[in-house]
Design a protein around this ligand. Structure first.
Ligand SMILES: [Zn+2]
Length: 167
């Protein structure tokens, strides 16, 4: 947890990694699912985090992977350090997210449909233009990258979101 540079957006992203995360299967490249189990910061070893592919049967636990990939006896510290938030990879296995697409020089991505729905609402300005929204929604909207909330990008991004939902 100490190694993670936390800002409000990352704290917010954390809410979405409690849901299943959609990734590209490392074995067959089709849609696989990272199950966060009961993941909590500081409690990684007791969580049953795993990646499962229903297409090819790929199935791996984070605890197995960490033991194999990390060349140090300090397993707990290393697995914690490897949690990555805020990039187009899942935070645990670092597999490419299934829900990602290029937009100009950027990569638009979401961890799961819940996250995608949220971004769709913000980019569509539904939440921003409504009164009485939860505080975290308003504050997050102001922390999304400018290219995401820019009015001139809205139509293209919303189309891309629709395409991702059908992926
Ligand atoms: Zn697979």
């Amino acid at each position: 947890m100490d190694a993670i540079t936390k800002n409000s957006y990352q704290k917010f992203l954390f809410d979405f990694i409690r849901f299943d995360i959609l990734v590209s299967c490392p074995a067959c490249s089709k849609k696989a699912v990272v199950k966060p189990g009961n993941f909590e910061f500081g409690n990684l070893e007791e969580s049953d985090i795993k990646v499962i592919c229903s297409h090819c049967g790929y199935n791996k636990k984070l605890s197995d992977q960490a033991a194999a990939d990390v060349h140090t006896p300090h397993k707990k510290a290393d697995t914690t350090r490897q949690i990555v938030l805020g990039d187009a990879i899942d935070p645990f296995f670092h597999l490419p997210l299934w829900l990602q697409t290029d937009f100009e020089k950027y990569t638009f991505w979401a961890y799961n449909v819940e996250h995608l729905d949220f971004l769709q609402d913000h980019i569509g300005a539904k939440l921003r233009e409504r009164n009485g929204q939860a505080i975290y929604n308003r504050s997050l909207g102001s922390r999304l990258p400018k290219w995401m909330t820019s009015k001139q990008n809205r139509a293209v991004l919303l189309k891309k979101i629709e395409a991702l939902k059908d992926k």
